[in-house]
Design a protein around this ligand. Structure first.
Ligand SMILES: [Zn+2]
Length: 264
């Protein structure tokens, strides 16, 4: 028995007796013996609760999950999706199109549509912007985004325009889009997504002057509910000079207009 495997009862989760807890296969985490199944997801949720880590649909929880955990979590989600298909009275044993759907769904959530919850932030190496002829103007990057609404798990697809006033640090152009996509690949609200992108870009560039304009179409409005076919939702977050300086704000929106006029 290695040091790590020695069980220390957690007084917050539950009382005292070690035998009430069982190890989760292949992990150093323990769950209560009679908690619903010996699931790694149960143990991870308990740990996040204990450490006051928020795990909403739009939160990144990569610090709590290893790559090998992900395989186990996909297995657990597959089981749960099988139950959902059963409850929907879909014959997943005989319907050839529904065989394997539970696992496809589980993999899709973890590896694609919610990947931004489980992956660590994209590596955005910064370059110093300190030469005599350094760029001091505005940069506006257009990023296409796919996301998913937390309410209905319907696709959200849109475009973000990220504006920034060059500061001491510059990051590669593709990094803006990578960061925005990492924020988008979660269950989100558009307002939150707009804030998340602005915050992460500020973090990666150390710039106080960041703006994000986001326009998106929501599957929950086009595919169900009001079935509006061309509804567009727009959100804007303006930080620093974009918020306080009228000229900077105007230049940002003029740039967006120029980009859309060019058919982009
Ligand atoms: Zn929705």
């Amino acid at each position: 028995m290695t040091e790590q495997r020695v069980f220390k009862p957690d007084p917050i989760i539950n009382g005292t007796a070690a035998e009430e807890f069982v190890p989760v296969e292949g992990h150093t985490l323990y769950v209560k013996k009679d908690s619903p199944g010996k699931y790694l997801s149960t143990a991870l949720r308990e740990r996040m609760r204990r450490e006051n880590k928020r795990f909403w649909a739009g939160d990144n929880i990569s610090d709590y999950i290893t790559e090998s955990d992900q395989e186990q979590l996909i297995r657990e989600a597959t089981e749960a999706f099988e139950d959902v298909l059963d409850a929907l009275l879909i014959d997943r044993e005989n319907d050839p199109n529904s065989k394997g759907t539970a696992r496809r769904l589980a993999k899709m959530y973890f590896n694609e549509i919610m990947a931004g919850r489980y992956e660590s932030p994209p590596d955005a190496t910064a370059f110093p912007n300190d030469s005599d002829e350094r760029y001091e103007g505005m940069l506006v990057v257009r990023s296409e985004l796919k996301s998913m609404c937390s309410h209905h798990h319907q696709p959200v697809s849109g475009v973000a325009y990220i504006g920034i006033l060059a500061a001491q640090k510059l990051i590669g152009l593709s990094k803006y889009t990578r960061i925005a996509q990492w924020c988008a690949r979660r269950g989100t609200l558009q307002e939150e997504l707009c804030n998340d992108i602005a915050r992460e870009i500020m973090k990666a560039t150390d710039s106080e002057n960041v703006a994000v304009y986001l326009e998106a179409e929501h599957g929950c409005c086009t595919n169900r509910g009001i079935m509006a076919h061309s509804s567009l939702t727009q959100t804007t977050v303006l930080k620093g000079a974009f918020n306080t300086d009228k000229g900077t704000k105007k230049e940002f929106f003029d740039n967006i207009l120029l980009q859309s006029r060019n058919g982009k």
